[in-house]
Each structure stands twice: as C-alpha cells, then as structure tokens.
Design a protein around this ligand. Structure first.
Ligand code: ADP
Ligand code: MG
Length: 707
C-alpha cells in the first residue's frame, strides 16, 4: 500500500493520451453510458475505447469485449463496473499495461469494504498502476477537453484547479463556475483516496502550467504529514475548505491538552504550517480562488480603499481590521494628489471617498494614481450604483487605469453594489482579469488572503535539527517499566524522569513511601517543600486534595503525609497509593502549559498556552505538528491572545521567552521520538521566570498509547 505515486500515474489520470471505459454501456442512465457520452460531448482529443462484453458499438464508437482485445496501448482506464467485478478488471488493465485507473465504482471502504479496496490497490501496484478513487464522480480537464465524469459539463475555463473529496459537491461547484464566473482548469474527484491522495495531487498541480491556484475541498486527510510536506514545497497558492471542524464530539481525554485539542485547532495548525489558506465556506472558497487565479500576492501591509460611498468605505474598513490588514492613513503626497480628483467635501484619507457624485473620470484618475504609487501595496475599489453613473463605464474606467499602469504588479480587487448593470460590470471585470465581488467585505477579505500568501512565500522553512543531548533509551526504559506493570498512565515522578531524559527543566521530585522517608527527603532537599499524592489512579491531584505547597518543617511534613493519604482514600477508595512525592518548592513564576496529543491524522502535535487553572475555560492555546524548531516555538508564544503577558505586565519584567521556546522545542522532539509510545502529555504548569532565569516544570503527565 505504501508504493509512491509518481508523476506518470497522475499524468495518465489527469491528462491521459487514450482512455478505456470499462463498463461502458448503451443503456442511457447507466454511468458507463454517461461517461462515454460526456467524453464525446466534451470533444476529448485522445482515443476512447468502450469496453463491454456484449455490445459491438457504443455511442458510435467501436467497443471491445475486454481491454485485452484493444489493439493499441491504453494510457488510462475508467472503471465503472460493480465493486465485485473490479479485481478481475484491474488484473486485465495491468496485463494490458495501463498506467492508471480512475475507479468510479463505489461500495468499498465507505461501506466497510476496506479489504476489497486494499486488495484492489495491491493488485494495481503489482502492475505499477496507480488508482484514483474509488467512489468518485470522475475527472474533468479543460485543457484536454476531457469530461471523464458524470458531471453535465466541463467547467468554465479558468486558471485554478479543484480537488474535492465530495463528488456531489464537485458537480455542484462545476455548474456554479458559470454563475459565479470563477473558472477552473481541472476538477478532480478524489473519493476514498485509496492510493492517490491530496499531497500527490498538490505536487502534480504545482507543476501543471495551466494551474495557477490549487483549491481543495477536504473532509479528512489520510496522510497528514505527507500533505503538509507537499503543500509547503508548492510554489502556488493553495486554498482549502475543510468540512467537519466543529468541536462537537471531541473525545473525552485524560490530559488537559487532550481535552483542548479539537479537530479544528489541529487542522488549523497543520494548514498554517503547510502554508495553506483556509476558506470558511463554499462561497469563500470561490472568492479566494478567483483572487488567487487572477492576482499576485500583496507584498506589504498598505491597503488603500477607494469608494464613492462612505457606508461601504466604513464596512471595508471594519473588514480590513477583522482580517488583520487594518487601514492606515495614506502619506501626505498621496492625499494631496487624490484630493485633486474629488469635490471639496470628499476625503483623501483611507478609505478615499471620492463621493457619490464621482463619475468615471474621478475613478480613472484616482485609481490610476493610487495603483501606481509605491506606498500602495494593495488596492480595493468600491462602487455603489448611483443615478448619475453607469456601472459599465465605471468598470471600464477602473480597468483602463489599472492596465495603463500595469495589471499584475500588485493586487487590485473591486466590489460593486447595485443591480443588474453592476452585476454585468463585475462579470466584465472578471473576464478582464480583475476580481470583483458583490460585497466590500468580500473584496477586503480576499485581499487579506493575498497578503497572507505573500507571507507564506517567505515562511521560514528551515528543517528541524535533531537535538543530540537527549537520552531516548532512558525514557523508553521508564515507559517499558510502566507497561510491564500493566499501566498506561505514568506517575508524575515517572513522567518527570522521561522529561528529564530530554533535557527539560523539571522540579526535583522524590518518592516517599512512608512518613519517615518523607521527613528525611525534605530535610535533605531543604525546606520549604511541596508534597503531592503519587497514585496511578488519580491524575488530577489537586481535585483529590493531594497537593500541599510551602510545607515548612518536619512536623508539617508528617501531618501533610497523613492528610494527603487520607484525602486520596476519601476521594477514590480503591485507588492504589504509592506514596507522596517530595519536591523542591519552585519560586513563583508565570504559569504556562505545554502539552501534546498524538493526532490520528498528523501524529505528535504540541500545544502551548497560558496555564494554571483557567486553561480549560479560556482555551487560549495554540498547536503545531511536531517537531518545531526554536524559531517556530518562539512564534507559538505570539500566537495566543494572552501572549503579551510574557512581555511582562504590571511592573513585571519580560519573561524568559528564549528558555520557554527551548523547552517547547525539546518537548516537541520528545513527543516525536516517542510517538509510538505516547498518546498525550501535559507539563502544567511550567513556571516561567524573568529574563535569563529560565523555566521550571513542576507538574508532568504522560499517558501511553494503548497496546
Ligand atoms: P495537579 O495534578 O492538580 O495538576 P500540580 O502538580 O499541577 O497538581 O499542582 C497544583 C499546583 O500547585 C500547580 O498548578 C502549581 O501552582 C503548584 N505547584 C505544584 N508543584 C509545585 C512546585 N514544585 N513548586 C511550586 N509550586 C508548585
Ligand atoms: Mg498540574
């Protein structure tokens, strides 16, 4: 199953030289009939070989009883026979030397027949063939004039390609390309992803001359890390709509991190790392795709808005702030020049309000000047239909101003609000390479995407350098010992030993089995101490009255020992109590949490947030697929809303962010190295001290994978 999908396979799927349709039929309404018909209607240029055991001719084409009867080489085969018949057909295609199979047929893993699906892929691989699907509606390519699907028509021509995990949605979007005026080069239905997956297609489309922008509709990835790797390497903008990101159903978890890690947060983190821009609705996917197909990235933060209506200007301004590209006042020279092309009561600040009386000349002059000015990194032109202006003329004026200056140098997007004439004007603009939207906030939002993309292009891609100060064997020894005792939760002491093996700064902690031992350890280590319950059955110690801080003398240690044990018994009568941990009392510091989960799609994933008792209420945390470099760890500190607390608040000095970033980076290697063993972890809290003073992990939790 792990055979690498190569470019030749995808060539044979997305632009085959010739196609056999296995299960072709003369019966109208059958998929095998529709596909032949659609290939003919689309005027596919390659040879088409219908395969059917009975019919001699299908829709005017010579038919063959088996693909083995076709006299010439066949590049790609489309399979539309019932699921039970696929294995034999795959065999025949293999013998024939076909390069790739588009398996339309359903009835595989989506209905529990994973065995059949795997057998089919194994068979295909044994002949060096690749598989798209099964359970797909097919593949459409404008360049090849190939509608190898049961979608009614090839999409409106365009510069983006879309890969969709939902077949029904793909057909719907195909038809919507005409009404939304967003064109596509290729539409690919990916189905069950038994073989070819999203990462493979991103890699291929990135090399495809006809594709400028890659759009994805994703329900669930199969190979998360492969996807991240391929997207990161891609040189074209990638926009993805991810379905199923509600936190509903996030599994009950043993760690804080586990309960905070919903699919949405982890996908968001992975997409950020992959440099994939997230769309939040079907409409938004279209809007962004249009902008990316027609416009360059926005290289700086200076966005200028030109409008003839104050209201839409304010809406644009609000949207700009929401989308992280807040408007700034234009420099004096820009304002002075723009002032010349508006009435006295207009405004040359930003938004530039050339007023309701603005005719085509004012639009032309102000757009031309602004678009050419070096301060302007991106331009949004808004227009509200008025009695004194004609939308089409305005559109032409804007287009002229832009093209005279040099379309494509920096992004420009437009929004017209009005009636039919405004719609026509926008359609004309789109046909002439200027994206136009029916609402000002949409225009601003897509522009912010172009800004985001420029940042992605300069993203730090330096690889993670493996730390060699770690002692992996020591960590594994501790884990193995826990496993031999039949447990899957480490005690705090054991977890700290694993952390320490990875160079993490843990508060010194020793186990006392008796009161006397507790006094002895506290006396050796020095007062004050912290005392904590050690029980594999009670993970949240404070909840059980199992934590005592600032214990100052031997008498209090004795009393503490008895109370902690009594509290634990009262809390959970059958809990195994190993003893009480005696630890150094760490000085006060800012409490943060570092933790991890082992995500089913992306593997070991690290979390950081402000810690303490409010973490689960405030949920102000951020995730990254591990491992993370020091630099990436540092960026995580800035991700969270409460991040500025680490810069020092209320007279406190700046916290030792460098030390914290190092902790996160070491931690990320630990969970990556031990990914086969560890399910979830928490370091909560990690106490962060002032600059140069480091951090201390005072509580540790590790839950093992069930084996
Ligand atoms: P729990 O299992 O309830 O999470 P913790 O070990 O996190 O238990 O202890 C509860 C709180 O006690 C911590 O959040 C921290 O504020 C404080 N604490 C725990 N250990 C220490 C220590 N060694 N030094 C200082 N404070 C500590
Ligand atoms: Mg804790």
């Amino acid at each position: 199953m792990s055979k690498k999908v190569n470019g030749k396979v995808i060539d044979a799927l997305l632009k085959p030289q010739s196609i056999a349709i296995i299960g072709a039929s003369n019966k109208s309404g059958k998929i095998g009939n529709t596909i032949v018909q659609k290939l003919l209607e689309g005027k596919y240029g390659g040879k088409i070989y219908p395969i059917n055991p009975k019919d001699k001719e299908i829709l005017g084409l010579k038919a063959y009883p088996s693909i083995l009867d076709v006299p010439e080489h066949v590049d790609g085969a489309i399979i539309a026979v019932p699921a039970e018949a696929t294995l034999q057909v795959v065999d025949e295609c293999g013998q024939k030397g076909v390069n790739a199979l588009t398996v339309i047929t359903s009835g595989f893993s989506e209905v529990g027949r994973t065995d059949l699906e795997e057998a089919m892929v194994d068979k295909a691989h044994s002949y060096g063939m690749g598989i798209m699907g099964p359970n797909i509606i097919g593949i459409l390519s404008n360049s090849e004039q190939m509608n190898a699907s049961f979608a009614p028509l090839l999409p409106l021509e365009g510069k983006a390609s879309l890969v969709s995990q939902s077949g029904a949605l793909l057909i719907a979007l195909d038809m919507a390309t005409f009404t939304r005026r967003v064109g596509f080069e290729k539409l690919v239905s990916i189905g069950n992803m038994s073989d070819v997956n999203f990462g493979d297609l991103v890699e291929w489309l990135d090399q495809d001359e006809k594709t400028q922008c890659i759009a994805l509709y994703i329900e669930g990835l199969k190979k998360g890390r492969h996807f991240i790797e391929k997207c990161r390497a891609a040189r074209k903008p990638i926009v993805a709509l991810k379905a199923g990101i509600s936190e509903h159903g996030a599994a009950a978890a043993a760690s804080h991190t586990g309960s905070l890690a919903g699919a949405a947060k982890v996908y968001k983190a992975a997409f950020d790392q992959a440099g994939v821009i997230m769309a939040d609705s079907v409409g938004n996917l279209f809007d962004r795709t249009l902008a990316f197909s027609l416009q360059p990235p926005m290289e700086g933060d200076n966005l200028l808005v030109i409008t003839n209506g104050g209201g839409v200007g304010v809406l644009a301004s609000d949207a700009a702030e929401k989308c992280d590209i807040p408007l700034k006042f234009a420099p004096k020279d820009v304002q002075t020049e723009l002032k010349k092309h508006m009435p006295e009561f207009g405004s040359a600040k930003n938004p530039v309000d050339i007023t309701g009386g603005a005719g085509v000349d004012w639009y032309y002059e102000s757009v031309k000047y602004a678009y050419a000015h070096k301060w302007v990194d991106g331009l949004v032109v808004l227009y509200c239909e008025t009695a004194v202006t004609d939308p089409i003329e305005i559109a032409e004026g804007i287009h002229k101003a832009i093209t005279e200056t040099g379309l494509g140098k920096k992004p420009v997007v437009v929004s017209f609000l009005g009636g039919e004439r405004s719609d026509q004007a926008m359609q004309w603009l789109v046909e002439n390479d200027i994206p136009a939207y029916d609402a000002p906030d949409k225009a601003v939002c897509v522009l912010s995407g172009l800004r985001q993309y420029a940042k992605i292009c300069t993203m730090d891609n330096s690889p993670f350098k493996i730390y060699d100060h770690v002692n992996r064997d020591q960590a594994l020894n501790i884990i193995n010992k826990v496993r031999t005792e039949g447990r899957d939760a480490l005690t705090e002491i054991e977890a700290k030993q694993v952390f320490a093996a990875y160079g993490l700064p843990v508060a010194e902690t020793r186990l006392a089995r008796t009161e006397d031992e507790a006094v002895e350890l506290a006396t050796i280590g020095g007062f004050p101490v912290v005392m904590k319950l050690v029980s594999p059955d009670i993970l949240h110690k404070s909840d059980a009255g199992g934590v005592r801080v600032n214990v100052k003398n031997a008498d209090d240690v004795r009393e503490g020992f008895r109370t902690i044990v009594a509290n634990a018994k009262a809390y959970k009568s059958d809990a195994t109590i190993i003893g009480v941990a005696i630890q150094e009392m760490a000085p006060w510091g800012t409490e943060v949490i570092v933790g991890s989960i082992n995500d089913p799609t992306f593997g070991p994933t690290i979390m950081f947030g402000l810690g303490g008792i409010f973490v689960e209420v405030l949920k102000d945390v951020t995730f990254r697929v591990a491992p993370v470099t020091n630099k990436q760890a540092f960026a995580m500190l800035k991700d969270i809303t409460s991040g500025p607390i680490l810069d020092g608040v209320r007279g406190e000095t700046r916290r030792d962010q460098e030390a914290l970033a190092t902790v996160i980076s070491y931690y990320s290697q630990m969970i990556s190295d031990l990914a086969n063993e560890i399910a979830e972890t928490d370091a909560n809290p990690v106490l962060v001290y002032g600059e140069g003073k480091g951090c201390k992990i005072v509580d540790a939790r590790i839950i093992l994978k069930k084996k």
